[in-house]
Design a protein around this ligand. Structure first.
Ligand code: ZN
Ligand code: ZN
Length: 362
């Protein structure tokens, strides 16, 4: 654990404080734990971070005091017994009169409690203002995200040599997770998806005891956390000989994936990226592509920006996003090919490493 708060956290806090006038607040109360980690380095799972224009406080309960003091000093850590009372005390001490809060992360109950206890303080809901808070990654974040991706990709590569017909989806997921944990993964970034046969037609299928068999596509969507940062990547294996229709559909998905990644650079609208995927898939396939093209990745596996038909986001240098075209034929089979890319001025860099060529197993 670090002994002092790294300047990077102070810089991030300062960048938020500079925006107070445009948000019309004199403080912000953060309750989203990923935002708290991003701004302070605190790795616990519960707490409140309060910023004023020139001060900061981390509020935690007794479970986290020792850890928080070690992780975030010299940010003052205040232990509370009751969260709302702790917030009330800090808001008074900091003299805040207009305090912003993360509208998407405060429950109605908490909002009501805050309204009751902070009678003289105006509560200002912030939504779009904080949406892109973590969207731009620095060199450190890119480095740890590459490490997370390397661990996950290596585990999938090992799996591709081991997996054979007869393994269940659950065994396959377990094997993948064990390999990744042994290689240094802190935990999985999301529930591992191993979806075979007709299960592959469900974009968010859960692994079952179905045995993988010849003629299956097996969609493996797998990511791990390293230093708190997520990786996200999907491969689709072909088990044995597949039909011509399946092979053509795979080629179409891969082409949409490749052309889209070649198109991504700073200044491109996220909606245009999504439109390109659908255009390359064409009339024959695009109706089987039932979700958005991608999403930002970082401390959370799904974060801003969003690559989808109605997205207002624009991609910019420093953002890390996924490109994940997929085709889903209900009751039959499915395919998804996903990489995570780092957006640069004139191109993007693929940070996930698994090969995406058509891979026949068995
Ligand atoms: Zn994924
Ligand atoms: Zn994804």
């Amino acid at each position: 654990m670090q002994k002092t708060i790294k300047p990077v956290f102070l810089q991030r806090i300062f960048a938020v404080q500079k925006k107070f006038p445009s948000y019309q607040v004199d403080g912000i109360l953060f309750s989203n734990i990923s935002n708290i980690r991003y701004l302070s380095g605190f790795t616990g799972s519960d707490g409140i971070l309060i910023l004023s224009a020139d001060a900061v406080r981390l509020l935690v309960d007794g479970r986290y005091t020792t850890q928080a003091v070690a992780e975030v000093q010299p940010v003052p850590v205040v232990q509370y017994q009751n969260k709302i009372q702790g917030i009330e005390k800090a808001v008074k001490e900091l003299g805040l009169t207009k305090i912003g809060f993360e509208a998407s992360f405060v429950s109605v109950e908490m909002f009501n409690d805050l309204t009751r206890s902070l009678k003289k303080t105006k509560l200002v809901p912030l939504g779009d203002e904080l949406r892109l808070l973590r969207a731009y990654k620095d060199k450190y974040e890119i480095a740890v995200m590459k490490k997370a991706a390397a661990i996950a990709s290596a585990a999938v590569a090992v799996l591709s040599c081991e997996i054979e017909p007869g393994w269940t989806e659950q065994e396959t997921a377990l094997q993948l997770e064990m390999t990744a944990r042994r290689a240094g993964a802190e935990q999985v970034a999301f529930e591992t998806i191993v979806a075979s046969g007709k299960h592959a037609a469900l974009p968010h299928a859960q692994p079952t005891n179905r045995k993988i068999q010849n003629g299956d596509f097996v969609v493996i969507d797998f990511g791990v956390k390293y230093q708190g940062y997520c990786s996200d990547e999907t491969c689709t294996f072909a088990i044995g000989e597949l039909t011509g229709d399946q092979k053509n559909a795979y080629r179409a998905t891969l082409q949409a994936h490749d052309e889209t990644i070649a198109f991504i650079k700073a200044g491109i609208a996220a909606a245009d990226v999504d439109a390109l995927v659908r255009r390359v898939l064409g009339k024959k396939y695009s109706r089987y592509f039932v979700h958005g093209t991608g999403h930002g990745v970082g401390l959370e596996v799904h974060e801003a920006p969003r690559l989808a038909p109605n997205s207002q986001d624009v991609l910019n240098a420093g953002m890390v996003v996924t490109v994940e075209p997929g085709l889903y034929y209900p009751g039959r089979w499915g395919i998804r090919i996903e990489d995570t890319v780092f957006v640069k001025e004139n191109s993007c860099e693929i940070i996930t490493k698994m090969k995406k060529d058509y891979t026949i197993i068995g």
